[in-house]
Design a protein around this ligand. Structure first.
Ligand SMILES: [Zn+2]
Length: 96
């Protein structure tokens, strides 16, 4: 099982684009193909908390996607960014 295909059900790889789509959905953005009567309206921080739960507690999403503490963008820690151990914060390449 590849790191990007962890139990995602449909057999589609869990790309950063799909996680970004989930983040957008959790913040109230309409997504093509999804009809939802009660749209979530979370802040970006709360939306990432849901992603975090799916990563760490349910093991449904790969855990190498993080949100940059400065610009709030999602990024792939396997491809870019920096983790500051002292503060426990992640920064994308654009904010490094
Ligand atoms: Zn950033």
């Amino acid at each position: 099982m590849g790191v990007n295909t962890v139990k995602d059900g449909g057999g589609k790889p869990v790309t950063i684009e799909r996680v970004e789509e989930l983040m957008a959905f959790l913040q109230g953005q309409e997504i093509d193909g999804i009809t939802c009567r009660w749209m979530p309206r979370l802040s970006s921080r709360a939306a990432f908390s849901v992603i975090y739960f799916l990563q760490e507690h349910m093991d449904l999403l790969p855990d190498h996607f993080e949100v940059c503490v400065r610009c709030r963008d999602l990024f792939d820690t396997e491809r870019e960014g920096r983790f500051v151990e002292r503060t426990g914060r992640h920064y994308c390449d654009g904010c490094d």
